[in-house]
Design a protein around this ligand. Structure first.
Ligand SMILES: [Fe+2]
Ligand SMILES: [Fe+2]
Length: 191
């Protein structure tokens, strides 16, 4: 039984590795962003007292959470900062669902729902309208890590904010975008 468990874990890691390579081939900064999100998300999960299996799934989901962007239709808008057309917005909002579809094709059934929900908001105004407890804890944690990394890293169209500026901005969004249950764990993870 133990052997089966180990094998299963290895299969998951192999699939995640394949998808990570695909992200890096598509766009290196997106791959680096995903790696940082995985690292931060697993720290938050640890601080939040989550069990081993949840932490494993959250880490691996973080590493590939934006896999849904690796389509040719996404390329022209990957670094577009303003003037998004309705169609651009549709493509952007589709990446969470597309990512979960890709994860499922690789057999990553426990990771796919986290990817599907990584842009939900507790007020229900996210990509698919899940709110409050309807959002998986792991997905709420991924959102913290994703938002923090997007704010603090340099993009082609803006320089990254300082940690403190990112924290105060994010604190304003607790209860609307972010689930307050994970604030303390998040804050302690970015010290
Ligand atoms: Fe995303
Ligand atoms: Fe992201």
């Amino acid at each position: 039984m133990i052997k089966e468990g180990v094998l299963h874990k290895e299969q998951i890691e192999n699939s995640v590795h394949t998808l990570r390579k695909r992200i890096y081939r598509f766009d290196v900064p997106t791959g680096q962003h995903c790696d940082r999100v995985g690292d931060l998300a697993v720290k938050i999960a640890e601080r939040a007292g989550m069990g081993h299996e949840d932490r494993f799934n959250i880490f691996n989901a973080g590493l590939i959470h934006d896999i849904g962007k690796t389509t040719e239709s996404f390329r022209p808008i990957l670094y577009k900062s303003g003037d998004l057309t309705d169609n651009d917005i549709k493509i952007i909002r589709g990446h969470a669902q597309e990512g979960s579809r890709i994860a499922r094709l690789e057999g990553l059934d426990d990771i796919a729902p986290l990817i599907f929900q990584h842009h939900e908001r507790v007020d229900g105004k996210g990509y698919h309208g899940f709110k409050g407890d309807g959002i998986l804890p792991g997905a709420s944690i991924l959102t913290y890590a994703d938002v923090f990394d997007a704010l603090t890293s340099d993009r082609s169209y803006h320089k990254g904010k300082s940690r403190d500026d990112a924290l105060s901005l994010m604190y304003e969004n607790v209860g609307t975008q972010l689930n307050g249950a994970y604030w303390d764990a998040f804050e302690k993870s970015v010290i």
